[in-house]
Design a protein around this ligand. Structure first.
Ligand SMILES: O=C(O)CCC(=O)C(=O)O
Ligand SMILES: [Fe+2]
Length: 362
């Protein structure tokens, strides 16, 4: 039973990133002080821990499902390979993605199950999946997704209020029943001893593509750069706590008021490196046809736009196009050298400086 593995603890002597711990129960009852702390976390760092999220059992079951999938023979998993066209749905085999500008291939594998397929099942909207997905769809994958959507939409509603957007504005762009690139992702990376060298990253530095990510990991390895700093700090996993972060779509929609922080994954530290590293994310992303541009019905966002006329926040692409560009540029088969890698994998990381300037004014 994968769930029974006892991992060594995260080393005590490593510097870690000071993420705020936000209490989901308090957010749900509308606690003003907690909403203010969420706003601080979302604007200053874009990353925070979430406790009392009420999905621990669903998360644990999802780790078991994910493990069952990655244990299938590679030939079986390969039938569901994502392909190079920018779709995020399906299986990604080890080596199918690039982790740096020189074209180094990755060692991790992952399976991405789309929200639209989860709720339409047994009908297929985007694609089909390995058999364990069908077996556990109704009993595990759908209940987990429901909880994750509830958490992410609750957070979006607090941010909507803090941004002084007309009520329900962010919710209108994230209706669960409308097609989007929302997805559950389960990632599996081999132990250091087998295939990963200490220098090699598991996941290249990136910002997330969408709106809100609800992440669960058990071993260290996730790292972030604090605003303005070049060095990487570990985000220490805390049992029962999710890690939440903002993605590019919300940076663009808020003209930089919210922050999508750069992060990467390296092999787990110390004794933990001897173990397989698994993680689970639910990505909430705007509906596919949403055009990424600032929501100027918020006075604060309108001011952020007009105070920075040189900044072109109107990306002229839909959410789906934004995601497809970034996802396809990471495929090893699409790798075209350093310049193309930089250009096509780019997210909103360059807007971070502006976001900082604006939040310090707020
Ligand atoms: O595995 C992790 O802890 C983080 C994964 C991640 O950043 C991602 O998949 O976007
Ligand atoms: Fe990420």
């Amino acid at each position: 039973m994968p769930g029974l593995i006892i991992h060594p603890p995260f080393p005590e002597d490593l510097p870690t990133a000071p993420l705020l711990i936000i209490d989901y129960e308090l957010l749900k009852i509308g606690d003003e002080a907690e909403k203010e702390r969420l706003w601080k976390a979302a604007t200053e760092l874009g990353f925070w821990y979430l406790k009392n999220h009420g999905s621990e059992n669903e998360v644990s079951d999802m780790f078991d499902v994910g493990t069952e999938i990655v244990r299938l023979p590679l030939e079986e998993k390969a039938k569901f390979e994502q392909g190079p066209d920018g779709t995020v749905a399906g299986y990604k085999s080890p080596g199918a993605n690039v982790i740096d500008e020189t074209g180094t291939r990755d060692v991790k594998e992952y399976i991405v199950i789309m929200k639209d397929d989860i709720f339409a099942w047994p009908d297929v909207i985007h694609r089909s999946y390995p058999e364990p997905v069908n077996v556990h769809m109704e009993s595990i994958i759908r209940p987990f997704s429901q909880k994750a959507i509830e958490v992410n939409l609750t957070i979006l509603s607090v941010l909507n209020e803090k941004l002084a957007l007309p009520e329900g504005t962010l919710a209108e762009f994230h209706r669960p029943q409308i097609q989007s690139q929302d997805a559950v992702k389960f990632i599996n990376a081999p132990p250091l001893v087998r295939a990963v060298s200490e220098e090699s990253v598991i996941t290249a530095a990136h910002t997330d593509y969408g709106s809100m990510s609800f992440l669960h990991n058990r071993l260290g390895g996730l790292q972030i750069q604090m605003p303005g700093a070049e060095n990487w700090l570990y985000v220490k996993p805390i049992p029962g706590h999710a890690i939440c972060n903002i993605g590019d779509a919300l940076v663009i929609m808020t003209a930089g008021l919210l922050r999508s922080n750069i992060h990467r994954v390296i092999p787990p530290p110390g004794e933990q490196s001897k173990y397989e590293r698994q993680s689970l994310v639910y990505f909430t992303r705007p509906e596919d046809t949403t055009i990424l541009r600032p929501l100027v019905s918020s006075p604060a966002i309108a001011a952020a736009v007009s105070n920075n006329p040189e900044k072109d926040w109107d990306k002229g692409v839909t959410s789906q196009e934004w995601i497809a560009r970034r996802a396809s540029a990471r495929k090893a088969t699409n790798y075209q050298g350093v310049e193309a890698w930089k250009k096509y994998t780019a997210g909103t990381e360059d807007e971070a400086a502006l976001a900082r300037e604006l939040t310090s004014l707020a």
